[in-house]
Ligand binder design. Structure first.
Ligand code: GPV
Length: 830
């Protein structure tokens, strides 16, 4: 029998061997196969988009193969697994990233060339997967890439929004939002799992029933929706490991139907079906403020319930229902508070369904959750009105109250009857609207609470979570954010990638970013400088072309490309940037011909989306356009100053903009940016940073030295002192003058801009634009000066990349794995 099995296995391997070879001829065959049979076009006649689709499907095949191998290996070895729970993943495009991580980029390029296509051109056909808002969501994507590359047995869980983040279009300088129909042309990167479905329940009542003489709470739900899994394989670099990002979509369930059909109203019941499917329809576009919306809460629970059913099913299969083993097998990570209903859900499953008893369940829960917070200010923390939660999830509300009453009892024993402190720390906020504080819940129930930079943790300790820190100092840690060099150098900046590998003599830095430090050895080499400048030039050309197509503005490659791209927020102070530009314009106008010759020409580039309901942010966008119109049409100024707004900033636009920047701006008022990750992407691309000592910038300064960037503005302590001064605060004359110009209608739209101006008027200027303006201008002047000394600038640029190794998400993930999640690599051997 053994011989027979062996022969069979060999036959199968021989057969397998015929598939998925990676030589150019095999790749061509596969691509043409998919043109004909998947896309359904003749292999003799197809366009670029169809070629992209076929290409993507051939890559997908290779991903699926590795995905299978990885998961069979995980199943066999049963390591402790990390489940990364996040409501947002900003993946961007997948094609280039996948073939690079699979290590077959060159083979594909060759294969396509012979077919008469160019890889880069086809890659442009792909739309972005924008299932998230900003930094938090892109961080999840970078971290998934690192988890795969470092061979960790991890799963990502999220929602498959039918509409991702809105598309930003600009009409007359105003932002308009359009839906992002990203799935309209199909999505080759996902695998629909029609058989992996779970029922998710909502509403209803809780009843107490007797079971074998014990009283048990039973939730009788009122509505059932089905969750269907869509798997997105994510390949690691330099490994066969390919992990899974499982996204849930809502489908109406049969149960839902039965009830409706029985009422006899066939048409309406079919129409009602659709209602259920709206749960996963659309991503909420407000970054950092989701308050009290039922649909949002439904999304959160839908996601939590489906993910946990999946996780617990897998655990039971492997651990034979022994829940004592849960903490050794499962680590659940809460990416911000958005998935924190998981805590109540795990308690409900363990207590109501598995009948473990409250204390035992609680002991388990306290060992499996970890939590990362991405915010600084307490006002930004998520709260859910108790009424809303109670009607949608009646049993969960009871559980949350019970968790809180146990916590309050314990707390009284530890701190006594300090009622103010007790009420601050309570998970339940009593007040006009009784609500559940999701951050307090997450802190109480997690074994580790992580900040995203050193400064962020310091702020959490002394301000936001002071009470909790004093109670459990050992719970609080920080893991400075990082970004993946695979996406942010290898994919987005191929010429820099080649140059780095050439001078380091290795591609090892793609897996080990610390090796970048080796660039310091060549920092004075003239040949290296020359090649370095060439690379920047090539990237600036690419960006200049893009700017011209998008906005019609022709920009000079000799100018300094000065970029600020990120979500529009008052605290990020895009307004400070615009005021700086107005000031620069004003100065230029007052210079004579001779002096103008000494001025460093600038192309100022701003991009970012405003939340649709955020009026002030939208006014900032309009002001940017109004100022741009004035400056760009002033022939007297010409190439000395240009201002362009790049519409619809997203991951793929970032891949183009960041490598082309000379200088990038990170202007948040100190103490407001938890970390900031854009700065790290610019750093890796050899752009110099100009910014405040906020978030992770403090650690960037430590790493590359104050001499190599331009830091300005009040630090965290000074910000506190300045705010005390209120209306007696000193503001430079230049600031008052710029403000006056806007108020007086120098850029038109006089009435419209008044309320924007009010936000920075003395006494009202919460983000301290006025008091930081002077030192901001000085930092800008220092940047101008450095740019003229080409050699010095190039050196600073090289040292920026050389010092960026610490800001790889590989480092972040390794820290999490070792000290928070306690998971080990599990590398698929075949
Ligand atoms: I809270 N962040 C975000 O993008 N959206 C949010 O809703 C919240 C935070 C960001 C922070 O603002 C950044 O400082 C940080 O770098 C990023 O999360 C990742 O941690």
């Amino acid at each position: 029998a053994f011989g027979e099995r062996k022969a069979k296995a060999e036959r199968m391997f021989n057969l397998m061997d015929q598939f998925l070879k990676n030589d150019p001829i095999s790749l061509q065959k596969d691509i043409l196969y998919h043109v004909e049979y998947t896309v359904g076009r003749s292999r003799f006649s197809f366009d670029d988009f169809e070629a992209y689709q076929a290409l993507a499907h051939s890559v997908r095949d290779r991903l699926i193969e590795r995905w299978h191998d990885t998961h069979i290996y995980f199943k066999r070895t049963k390591p402790k697994r990390l489940y990364f729970l996040s409501l947002e993943f900003l993946m961007g495009r997948s094609l280039s990233n996948s073939v690079i991580n699979l290590g077959i980029q060159d083979k594909y390029a060759e294969a396509l060339n012979q077919l008469g296509f160019e890889f880069e051109v086809l890659a442009e056909q792909e739309g972005d997967a924008a299932l998230g808002n900003g930094g938090l969501a892109r961080l999840s994507a970078c971290q998934m890439d690192s988890l795969a590359t470092l061979d960790y047995p991890a799963w990502g869980y999220g929602l498959r929004y039918e509409y991702g983040l809105f598309r930003q279009i600009i009409v007359d300088g105003f932002q308009h939002e359009q839906p992002d129909y990203w799935l309209n042309f199909g999505n080759p990167w996902e695998i629909e799992r029609i058989h992996v479905t779970y029922e998710v329940k909502f509403y209803g009542t809780v009843e107490e029933v007797d079971m074998n003489g014990e009283k048990h709470k039973v939730w009788i739900p009122g509505e059932t929706v089905e969750a269907v899994a869509y798997d997105n394989p994510l390949p690691g670099y330099g490994t066969r490991n390919t992990i899974n990002l499982r996204l849930w979509a809502a489908k109406s369930s049969n149960q839902f139907d039965l009830e409706a059909y029985n009422t006899g109203d066939y048409i309406n019941s079919v129409v009602n079906r659709q209602r259920a499917e709206t749960i996963s329809n659309v991503l909420y576009p407000d970054d950092r403020s989701h308050q009290g919306k039922e649909l949002r809460l439904k999304q959160q629970y839908f996601f939590v319930s489906a993910s946990l059913q999946d996780i617990i099913r897998r655990f039971k299969e492997e651990a034979h229902n022994n829940f004592d083993e849960l903490p050794e097998k499962v680590s659940l990570h809460l990416n911000d508070t958005h998935p924190s209903l998981s805590i109540a859900e795990v308690m409900r499953v363990l207590v109501d369904e598995e009948h473990l008893g409250w204390n035992k369940a609680w002991a388990i829960v306290c060992k499996i959750f970890s939590f990362t917070t991405h915010t600084v200010v307490a006002e930004g923390l998520e709260k859910i009105p108790a009424d809303l939660l109670g009607s949608l999830l009646p049993r969960h509300l009871q559980i949350l109250y019970e968790i809180n009453s146990h916590f309050m009892e314990d707390l009284k024993k530890r701190i006594g009857l300090d009622y103010n402190r007790l009420s601050r720390m309570s998970i339940v906020e009593e007040g006009a609207v009784k609500s559940i504080r999701m951050a307090n819940l997450s802190i109480v129930c997690s074994h580790t609470v992580n900040g995203v930079s050193k400064l962020h943790l310091d702020t959490l300790k002394i301000r936001t979570f002071k009470d909790f820190y004093e109670l459990w100092p050992e719970k609080f840690q920080y893991k400075t954010n990082g970004v993946t060099q695979r996406r942010w150098i290898v994919v987005s900046n191929p010429s820099l990638c080649l140059l780095i590998s050439k001078w380091l003599g290795t591609e090892g830095w793609i897996r080990d970013a610390d090796l970048l430090i080796g660039l310091r050895d060549h920092v004075d080499n003239a040949d290296f400088h020359r090649e370095w400048k060439m690379v920047k030039k090539v990237n600036k050309m690419r960006l200049a072309e893009y700017i011209e197509t998008m906005s019609g503005v022709k920009v000079s490659l000799d100018a300094m490309f000065d970029v600020q791209v990120k979500r529009i927020h008052e605290y990020k102070r895009q307004l400070l940037n615009i005021f700086g530009i107005i000031h620069r314009y004003d100065c230029l106008k007052n210079l004579d011909k001779n002096d103008r010759r000494k001025v460093v020409p600038r192309v100022c580039i701003i991009g970012g989306k405003a939340a649709p309901g955020y009026e002030i942010a939208k006014k900032i966008i309009k002001l940017c356009h109004a100022v741009a119109e004035k400056i760009n049409n002033d022939t007297d100024i010409g190439d000395l100053l240009k201002l362009v707004f790049i519409p619809d900033y997203n991951v793929s636009v970032a891949e183009l903009v960041i490598p082309g920047a000379d200088l990038s701006q990170h202007l948040s008022t100190a103490g407001h940016e938890a970390s900031g990750t854009g700065s790290m992407k610019f750093l890796m691309n050899g752009c110099l940073l100009l910014g405040t000592a906020d978030g992770s910038m403090v650690e960037i300064i430590e790493e590359i030295g104050l001499d190599n960037l331009f830091i300005f503005g009040a630090n965290v302590q000074e910000v506190a002192e300045l705010r005390e001064q209120g209306s007696t605060l000193k503001v430079p004359l230049q600031f008052a003058r710029v403000l006056r110009m806007v108020r007086d209608g120098y850029f038109g739209h006089k009435d419209y801009f008044q309320s924007l101006c009010d936000t920075v008027e003395v006494g009202n200027d919460f983000y301290l634009l006025g008091s930081d303006f002077g030192s901001y201008l000085e930092a800008q002047a220092a940047a101008d000066k450095a740019f003229v000394e080409q050699e010095k600038w190039t050196k600073m640029s090289i040292l920026s990349v050389a010092g960026s190794g610490r800001f790889s998400s590989d480092r972040t993930i390794q820290e999490y794995a070792e000290s928070t999640w306690k998971i080990d690599p599990c590398r698929c051997p075949f």
